[in-house]
Design a protein around this ligand. Sequence first.
Ligand code: ADP
Ligand code: MG
Length: 632
Amino acid sequence: MNKKQKRTLARIVVALVLFAIIYPLPLEDWFGSPMGLYVEFALFLVPYLIAGYDVLLKAARNIGHGQIFDENFLMSVATIGAFALVLFPDSDPHMAEGAAVMLFYQVGELFQSYAVGKSRKSIADMMDIAPDYANVMREGELVQVDPYEVAVGDEIVVKPGERVPLDGVVLDGTSQLDTAALTGESVPRHVEAGAEVISGCVNMTGVLTVRVSKPFGESTVSRILELVENASEKKARTENFITRFARYYTPAVVIIAVLLAIVPPLFFGQSWSDWVQRGLIFLVVSCPCALVISVPLSFFGGIGGASRLGILVKGSNYLEALGDTETVVFDKTGTLTDGTFSVVAVHPEADVDPDLILSIAAHAEAYSDHPIALSVKEAYSGQIDRARIADVEEKGGHGVRATIDERVVLVGNDKLMAEGGVDYHDCSLTGTILHVSLGGEYIGHIVIADVVKEDAAQAIADLHAAGVKRTVMLTGDRKEVAAAVAEQLGIDEYRAQLLPQDKVSEVEKLLAEATGKGKLAFVGDGINDAPVLTRADIGIAMGAMGSDAAIEAADIVLMDDRPTNIAKAIHVARKTMRIVRQNIVFALAVKFLVLILAAVGVANMWLAVFADVGVAVLAILNAMRAMNVKKD
Ligand code: ADP
Ligand code: MG
């Protein structure tokens, strides 16, 4: 509890004690009638003002700002009205109720601010991955500096128990890293020299020397924090609906309340006190706070819960859409497969040295980050001499073209060869074929194979179990490879040999085929598919291995690249939406019921207070459930 909340609590306790003392006093017996009533009025005014003076002040101030129908106003009018019933000495006195309404209202407000603060804090804790400092060597001594001051290429030392402050590559040392805060993965990751480390992980066992590869502003932690902070700006339709609803609902109820208080006594000779009281009860119930607070809180909780699983959702609108996912479209390389190809075979043409093929391919791919390029460079044992390379051009979905030792080199698929007029031939092995031509002459091909991620088949099965109707794989790879992968994973459909732009048009076709409110999610690693991520209803990117462009373009980022998290995200989304709907239905049902009871004169103020504060508290408790997610 913060200071302000403690002060409010103290005021509530004092007011409550005073209230409890005044309530049983036999004032009528002591002072007679109507004097006893006036004394009671004056006495109840004390706890009322102690508990609610700030509400009255806020109401007055907001009216000054032109905001009339806010909850402070409603509470002020309702409670002042209850006290004003003293002017109708023929009716039962209602001062006690006026004071009580204010008291309970404040209890509810306190609870709300506590709950909101708590869930914000637990998300902040979960997101407490921001490092405070980095250890760098300065003049032979290890000093702590602000991570912002560390430059790319600097060496930092991460001791056991410390958080890795910036992304980098391990130069020295071995250790276990706890990545749970980032990926939800509870098994520690072993790292040694050469391994990449991302900021935000906790170093558990050994001292690591790390060469920084990204400035702090672009490091993983900064990117995650930015995503989470901006998430609340993208509101779900439901959230916007509630805001709009409150804007009409409140004035409408106030008008009905006024009519209720005035019309029957004025035109039908009914008792003023009775109908004014009904009008006041209307006002108390009319507060839409249960909805206005609990709906955003539920989404907030859902986003927080998802982030605990290593799923970053960039806004509640995406969480809402995810619940209605009907079609999931996947990219193959890097998304369903782990993107580390291994060289299966090198098939040289007659009289060509196999090493030449690998060396030429590795040089041509020197500047590419495509998973294929990375694997070729990995397989090549020699050094890459960048001075020999010129005019590099990477053609998405085709391969690369470069000039090496002043000779034109093409490395890529049959499309690239056909385009370059190279006389190539096919290979009988299943796998991705990397044809290589040197100076216009075909020198052979490299057969590479990619392994599917270990949880890819499970991911597809989980999606089908979650009610996803259609799974489709899009790939630029050969038909044979696509068919084999689709078969192995149980994917419904595939489209092969697509160029990056073809992927966009395929997704557009699929979007057109979707029924009603069924949504389409596209899952990719961002290499050649960032435009598709933007085009789909929901773009889901692989965060650990995906490119920055993908993380930027995507609506949802899977931090640990595990496709099984898609179905988990759908479950979190559906649970959140369920909670949101429960809250809306419950709050509105109780309120309408009490409104009707008030109109026919059955409800009293106490019931009205429950309908307002009680419902708000229950809705908030329900909303907080959205944050609880099962890790497995
Ligand atoms: P996917 O759709 O499976 O993610 P891409 O669209 O990235 O694959 O690539 C499709 C095809 O284009 C690859 O299978 C490969 O034949 C060729 N290709 C793309 N980039 C390269 C590259 N850098 N080097 C060689 N071939 C490439
Ligand atoms: Mg890809």
